[in-house]
Design a protein around this ligand. Structure first.
Ligand SMILES: [Mg+2]
Ligand SMILES: [Zn+2]
Length: 184
């Protein structure tokens, strides 16, 4: 039996509206099309893991406890849309901390692949920044830049395999890749 394929998805600016260091669970708002896109990916049989840089913790803007509350609320919002995340990974470090998990470094992707048992070279990485695209490249996954969040500003800063208007459009492109790949 072949392994399940996975989508590694950025959070801010990709799933929920970018708020520059979102620190209040009440400010969580899904981007139009995001839930539909996630549902489509799930319907294609893909596993879903969120990978998000949260340096607001290192910067002292919010606590791990608050982030936990934000992520619980996000999962509740997604659950009410029929979406279940297989994993949710965050890097709490700042840019100067020399960690291995802050995107574009691959620590979170490696951890997800280990925990959830999937092949990163068969995965899709989706996000609104060059760091997301560069993570995809670093692990041999297909990379997709979405034009939501900071996407338009980052279009010239990276070379994704595909650029999509939003997460739904990204999911539609992924559907074509999967169906075109082996005729199924
Ligand atoms: Mg983002
Ligand atoms: Zn880190």
């Amino acid at each position: 039996m072949s392994q399940r394929r996975f989508a590694l998805i950025d959070r801010d600016g990709t799933i929920n509206v970018e708020r520059d260091y979102l620190s209040d669970p009440n400010d969580l708002e899904l981007i139009p099309g995001a839930a539909q896109g996630l549902r489509k990916l799930q319907g294609l049989g893909l596993g879903l893991a969120v990978v998000t840089n949260q340096s607001g913790i290192a910067r002292g803007y919010f606590s791990r406890e608050t982030l936990k509350t934000i992520h619980q609320r996000l999962q509740d919002m997604l659950a009410s849309e029929g979406i279940r995340l297989d994993g949710l990974y965050f890097c709490p470090h700042g840019p100067d901390e020399d960690c291995q998990c802050r995107k574009p470094l691959p620590g979170m992707a490696f951890q997800a692949a280990k925990d959830l048992n999937f092949d990163l070279r068969e995965a899709f990485v989706i996000g609104d920044k060059a760091a997301d695209v560069d993570l995809g490249k670093a692990v041999g996954a297909a990379s997709i830049l979405v034009r939501t969040g900071y996407g338009r500003q980052h279009e010239a800063k990276c070379r994704p395999d595909h650029v999509a208007d939003d997460l739904l459009a990204a999911a539609q492109w992924i559907a074509l890749q999967i169906k075109g790949g082996d005729g199924n």
